[in-house]
Write a protein that binds this ligand. Structure first.
Ligand SMILES: [Zn+2]
Length: 59
């Protein structure tokens, strides 16, 4: 269940027409340039998870 958190963040925090994050504005009325730190966090989490799965498969 917790693994879906990144997916939710990535689906909500998308680039708007003005180059700002849509999710940050919708959730917190905050104007953040895209990619915001939420997207950075989610993508780094995903990359780490994929790497971990890959290493498990190799072992
Ligand atoms: Zn955002």
């Amino acid at each position: 269940m917790k693994d879906d958190q990144e997916q939710v963040i990535l689906s909500v925090h998308v680039r708007g027409l003005d180059g700002l994050c849509v999710g940050c504005r919708a959730w917190w009325s905050r104007l953040a340039p895209y990619p915001c730190w939420q997207v950075e966090w989610a993508t780094s989490r995903q990359a780490r998870m994929i790497t971990a799965r890959f290493l498990e498969g190799v072992r």
